[in-house]
Design a protein around this ligand. Sequence first.
Ligand code: NAG
Ligand code: NAG
Ligand code: NAG
Ligand code: NAG
Ligand code: NAG
Length: 750
Amino acid sequence: METKIWLILFTTFLQCLSPLMAIKKVYIVHMSHHLKPPIYPTHRDWYSAHLQSLSVSDASLLYTYETAYHGFAVSLTPLQAGILLRSDSVLGVYEDTLYSLHTTRTPEFLGLDTHEGLWAGQTTQGLNTASGDVIIGVLDTGVWPESKSFDDSGLPPIPNRWLGVCESGPDFNQSSCNKKLIGARSFSKGYKMASGGSFMNNPKEIDSPRDYDGHGTHTASTAAGSHVTNASLLGYASGTARGMATRARLSAYKVCWKTGCFGSDILAGMDRAILDGVDVLSLSLGGGSAPYYHDTIAIGAFTAMEKGIFVSCSAGNSGPTKASLANTAPWIMTVGAGTLDRDFPAFAILGNKTRYTGVSLYSGKGMGTEPVPLVYGDRSNSSSNLCLPGSLDPDRVHGKVVLCDRGINPRVEKGAVVRDAGGVGMILANTAASGEELVADSHLLPAVAVGMKVGNRIRGYMKRAANPTAVLSFGGTVLNVRPSPVVAAFSSRGPNLVTPQILKPDVIGPGVNILAAWSEAVGPTGLDKDTRKTRFNIMSGTSMSCPHISGLAALLKAAHPDWSPSAIKSALMTTAYNQDNTKSPLQDAADGALSTPWAHGSGHVNPQKAMSPGLVYDISIDDYIAFLCSLDYTIDHVQAIIKNPNATCLRKFSDPGQLNYPSFSVMFGKSNVVRYTRELTNVGAARTLYRVAVDAPPVVGVKVRPTQLLFRSVGRRRSTQLRLSPIKGQFLLQERWRLAPLSGAVVKTK
Ligand SMILES: *[C@@H]1O[C@H](CO)[C@@H](O)[C@H](O)[C@H]1NC(C)=O
Ligand SMILES: *[C@@H]1O[C@H](CO)[C@@H](O)[C@H](O)[C@H]1NC(C)=O
Ligand SMILES: *[C@@H]1O[C@H](CO)[C@@H](O)[C@H](O)[C@H]1NC(C)=O
Ligand SMILES: *[C@@H]1O[C@H](CO)[C@@H](O)[C@H](O)[C@H]1NC(C)=O
Ligand SMILES: *[C@@H]1O[C@H](CO)[C@@H](O)[C@H](O)[C@H]1NC(C)=O
């Protein structure tokens, strides 16, 4: 007894003294919205009263959320957060989470991406005029409004229903917006609180929607940039740059800052974008995988979807590691990345006359044709293989080409390290971690990126040769590369750990070496010492593939204003293709082997086909609720997502895979047989007969009833029952089904 009392006193004593307990953190508080007593005129007043009872000042209340969430963000000590949770009207208190941008500039990130031109050119004939009524909200690092990609020539007046604004701030005011960029806001309270209350001492940060990073300008212009002729990055990828929906409107919501994007700021951006009246939300950012009720983006996206807004998110750049996906909620379009048919070859010619091919976006003065000594690593410093800052000895490197291993620090930084040590060139060689995937960068010195196999040959040559040498040269831009598309190695992979029954990613789109607009506040490499200014930049990542899909969704929305977000998603998924431009199944850049649905989902989007999918798998709000109820969440957790106090779990699916999803991921349990129902809606011609065509792997048995469906009118719904059973034992399987459309009363198969 005595011992116990002692323990309690002791811990209390520690808590009082512990500075950790006094440190404030940002929390997102989930409230029983409908329980607000009438004495409080607004929810904000009610939330303030809760905080007053804790002696917490109003200044700590960062945001009150109106639509994307029911609750508020507040800065509290952990002790205060614990007390707040005891209130009956408080359903949950969650620590703010940091999300990151999905580009390849961070070390883990591997991508290259090329865009525009051919691929974009086919997508939009005849459709773009209508897309002037569609508004795309981009949550990112802000926008560089002077970019020609945001020129509004020829656009009609802004739609009357638009409620957004162009917020004034440093280097940004109302005249920064126009009929293309119709809104711009910034959300920094969560970030400021996390960085000690202010970021004014950071010259690389600007407290307005202006983009000091480049990422947000790149993604916004990819989704809906206007035509810009004669665009290029330092001469690479030259041609006309354009977004997917060149006449759609853009609104920029700056929620990402130097250290990343805080959930409290993202939620505030989503909340505002929904109220402003966007039609599409594009988020090229994400975190890990969390249950949906604890995933800010999933929660905000549910409200958006409910209001008819299509939400497209990047799948992440943590591939080829399995189960590395972000943004997997079924009401979100989860976008992976593939290559374009464009390449930027560069060459390393060794002293023994063998020429190896890699990639590069180097554009300065060349090395000439004289072989130069080649060096790699230094026994005195184990960091020198990686060319980490400070690891290269200038006496050893001066006037030479340096071989650097990829990994740990950013690729472009390695180039800067070699240059600063007096090197004249760099061969950046992959290791097992990055395999054969090549990333082209606009290095500050002549540099060629090569795959692991070539890297190993060069490493071998250096061991054997008495005086190894190399000379580097550059091949510019090459088109019609085969095979393409290829799934990017960095593109995050399934299975979907949050709900394995939902196949993710949903689709892939162009995400390697994409040319789009750039911020003039930062050089193309993003390094402080890169003083070059470019209006366009080439970037890679699922950050780049996501806004392609956002733009395509805007085009579909313009063509089919009555389609729900789920119908648009279905159209993009069921018409996606699984063959590259050599008519072979899609390959995976990670290992050169065939790709799988865990890497490419339903396949690569095909914009033209998506315009007329014939049938769609539509999903109602009630279906999503029945899905959430099947996940063993508490009703409070379900409420955090659906925000409707009247909703119940009286209807729930026996298996989350019963959701009317346009793809299948089947988990065979003990019963070894899984039965699913799917409902198809005719969005094609009336009086159309469809016959089921099953394209399943040989290890699963599939039976479908009925085998054909007749749709007498447009909008008609018909159901099919599927029976799936493994042919050999138990395993996890994913497969997609295609229903081939047929016109008139003539029965055909695909
Ligand atoms: C807005 O910015 C533009 C360009 O920077 C400047 O010319 C103009 O005076 C500013 N307007 C206001 C109202 O501050
Ligand atoms: C295209 O851009 C390049 C480089 O910026 C410039 O030298 C050239 O004159 C431009 N061509 C046209 C047709 O504008
Ligand atoms: C090796 O390089 C690292 C930087 O990557 C540096 O901090 C360290 O001092 C170097 N060690 C020696 C022995 O030079
Ligand atoms: C040059 O060296 C590489 C690596 O050792 C080797 O694969 C290649 O065959 C050599 N080329 C010639 C022409 O000897
Ligand atoms: C819930 O039901 C009550 C009573 O029927 C109704 O007044 C209220 O508007 C409903 N709330 C929502 C969000 O549907």
